[in-house]
Design a protein around this ligand. Sequence first.
Ligand code: UT7
Length: 318
Amino acid sequence: MYSRIIGTGSYLPEKVLTNFDLEKMVDTTHDWIVSRSGITERHVAAAGELSSDLAAHASRRAMEMAGVGADDIDLIIVATTTPDQIFPSTACILQDKLGIRQGAAFDVQAVCSGFVYALNTADLYIRGGQARTALVVGAEVLTRLLDWNDRGTCVLFGDGAGAVVLQASDAPGILGAKLHSDGRYRDLLQANARISGGKIEGAPYMFMDGQGVFKFAVKVLSEVVQELLADQGIKDSEIDWLVPHQANIRIIEATAKKVGMDMGRVVLTVGQHGNTSAASIPLALDTAVRDGRIRAGQKILLEAVGGGFAWGAVLVKW
Ligand code: UT7
C-alpha cells in the first residue's frame, strides 16, 4: 500500500504588500530586500481572515482537482504556526468549514517544516491502513506575529495556504521521507510568548537570528537531501523538480548548489509570496502543477527547515 498526491490547491489573500509599500513603513529599500531575500511582494490576510479561512479555500481547490468530496476525506492534518485559536485545532475548525463529518483531524506544529512533517505523517497513516484519503494543508497568517518596526524580520514573511489530497494507491507516490529536529537551536527563531491567567507572558512577536538561521539552514538542508537520496538509491540528476521551502532565494540557491541541482529545476515562488512558513511548499507545488511544469511520472523533491530547529525532506513520484 502506498499513498499518492491526487490533487493540489492553494490560496493567497487579496491584499498585496510590495517592497515599495514597506519602504514607507520601515527603514528599508526595495533593492536591499530583493538582493538579500529575492522577495518583491507578499500577501497579507485581511482583518478577521484566519488560517482556517485560507486553508478552506486551498482545500476546496485541491479536492476539486482530486475529484473528491467531503464524504471521501477521512484524515485532515493542518500544519500551522498561526492557529485560529489556542484550541480546538485549526484542523477541526477546517473540518467543520468543509462540511467533513468523519475521520480524524489534528494540527502539526513544526513551523516552516510543518508541511513535510504533515505529509510524512499522512503517508504513514495511509500506508498503515488507518486512513484512505487525507487532506494535508499548510496554512499561515504569519504576518500577525511580525513586529512591523523590526526590519530584520518584517520584510521577509507573508500569508497564504496550500493543500494536497493524498490517497491510498497500489503504485508509489510518496517514495520516502527523512525528518530531523534539534531543540538546542530553538532560540535562533522563535515567538517566545504564552498565555497565563488571561495575560500574554513573554514577547508575542517573531524573533530571528538571521545569520544563524541562514548558516544552519544551508547545512542541514543539503545534508537531509543527500541522506534521503542515498536512502532511496537516487541520484540528484534523476530529480525533475526541487520544491523547497520558500524562505529566501539565497538559502535556496546555496542548497541547490550543494546538492547539484541547477536553478532551472527549482520551483521558485519566494519573490511573489515571501516566506509563508508551513504554507510555502504546497503553494509552490500547486503553482508548478497548475502551470504544467510538474507532470505525471516525474520525481519531485520537497525540503524545508525552520524553527525548532526542525527540518526534513520528502521524495514524491508524481
Ligand atoms: O524559514 C527560515 C526563516 N528565516 C530565514 O530564511 C532568514 C535567514 N536569514 C537571512 O536570510 C538573512 O540573514 C537576512 C535576509 C535576514 C539578513 O541578511 P544579512 O545579509 O544576513 O544581513 P545582516 O543581518 O548581516 O545585516 C546587514 C545590514 C545591517 O546593517 P549594518 O549593521 O551593516 O549597518 C542590518 O541592520 O543590513 C541591515 N538590515 C537592513 N537594511 C535594510 C537588516 N534588515 C534590513 C532591511 N533593510 N530590511
